[in-house]
Ligand binder design. Structure first.
Ligand SMILES: O=C(O)c1ccccc1NCC(=O)[C@H](O)[C@H](O)COP(=O)(O)O
Length: 264
């Protein structure tokens, strides 16, 4: 239990137990089901790609365990609007408080500021959190294969699908990919960052591409910092990207998105 992922998952178990005491799952479910405002997340990525553009999932995060505080001037609504203006397909919003200084309000504010679909970026281990994601307004959830058994992932995917949400399943190695491929979702995120050691290598995506079957959409995640990084991925046929730090460190995150993907 000495790696950061194990520590985060411990925190999540406590958070879920506390949340259940504060508000029952059936009450949160009623709120989630009453929302009629789902935005197609996978669809938005495919639409961009069909237009010959990259499908960029632009992240909103203040801090991370590996980098500490990344952005001091942190206004989720302004950041979301800037991403929307500069060609993002979707948003990814950190809702974890303890390790990423995220929050539920960040998701609410970002989503209200634009019409882009939103991923709840958090460490989901329990149906309660999936239902809560929709109640907050999320259009997609993240399932991290390093954190979940295959049967758990399938259960959480079913809960998400019943609420109309898409799923991005995240893997870092071949074994996790095999587990992820048992899900229905077409969205397979290959995280270039090892969540236990923080080592980040773009070769992680490139090495695993050949193992992803046709019909799945690879999203390369983490460590895309320079236009050359994006170009390298495109040369190998990768068309969907999840990017955080490169945008969050820039004075205007949307301008940084434009420069990374559209300036040449
Ligand atoms: O980034 C971390 O330190 C981290 C630690 C433990 C679990 C997850 C972590 N990050 C989540 C991500 O993978 C990134 O937020 C995402 O892929 C964007 O990466 P980047 O463009 O490098 O900010």
């Amino acid at each position: 239990m000495n790696d950061i992922l194990a520590k985060i998952l411990d925190t999540k178990r406590t958070e879920v137990a506390t949340a259940r005491q504060m508000r029952s799952e059936s009450e949160v479910l009623r709120e989630a089901q009453s929302r009629q405002d789902i935005r197609g997340f996978a669809r938005a990525i495919e639409d961009k790609i069909a237009q010959g553009k990259p499908g960029v999932i632009a992240e909103i995060k203040r801090a991370s365990p590996s980098k500490g505080v990344i952005r001091e001037d942190f206004r989720p609504a302004d950041i979301a609007a800037s991403y929307a203006c500069h060609g993002a397909a979707c948003l990814s919003v950190l809702t974890d408080v303890q390790y990423f200084q995220g929050g539920y309000d960040h998701l609410r504010q970002a989503r209200a500021a634009c019409s882009l679909p939103v991923l709840r970026k958090d460490f989901l281990i329990d149906p309660y959190q999936v239902i809560h994601a929709r109640a907050l307004g999320a259009d997609c959830i993240l399932l991290i294969a390093a954190a979940l058994a295959p049967a758990q992932m399938r259960e959480l995917e079913t809960v998400a699908a019943d609420l109309g949400m898409d799923v991005l399943v995240e893997v870092h190695d071949r074994e996790e990919l095999d587990a992820a491929l048992s899900l229905n979702t077409p969205l397979v995120g290959i995280n270039n960052r090892n969540l236990r050691t923080f080592e980040t290598r773009l070769e992680t995506t490139l090495a695993m591409l050949k193992d992803v079957p046709a019909g799945k959409r690879v999203v390369t995640e983490s460590g895309i910092l320079l236009p050359e990084d994006a170009d390298r991925m495109r040369e190998y046929g990768v068309q969907a990207f999840l990017v955080g730090e490169a945008f969050m460190r820039a004075p205007d995150p949307g301008t940084a998105l434009h420069e990374l993907f559209f300036a040449r």
